[in-house]
Ligand binder design. Structure first.
Ligand SMILES: [Zn+2]
Length: 63
């Protein structure tokens, strides 16, 4: 059995974009699914929904 340990050439660096709450300037805690309304009518908008636990609100953010 050969060892599978080694350097993975296919490894990709996931550069995550971090978004912050406009109100409290905290980093968003969770990414949420968009509402049905947004999915249906605003699907063409680059919107993302995030939850801020700090001010207990959900925000839509433009990418
Ligand atoms: Zn907040």
């Amino acid at each position: 059995m050969g060892s599978t340990l080694g350097i993975d050439d296919n490894a990709t660096v996931d550069v995550k974009k971090i978004y912050y709450c406009k109100k409290c300037k905290h980093e968003f805690d969770e990414r949420l699914h968009r509402s049905l309304f947004v999915k249906t009518f605003l699907f063409w908008l680059p919107l993302r929904k995030y939850a801020c636990y700090y001010c207990k609100r959900n925000y839509y953010v433009f990418r």
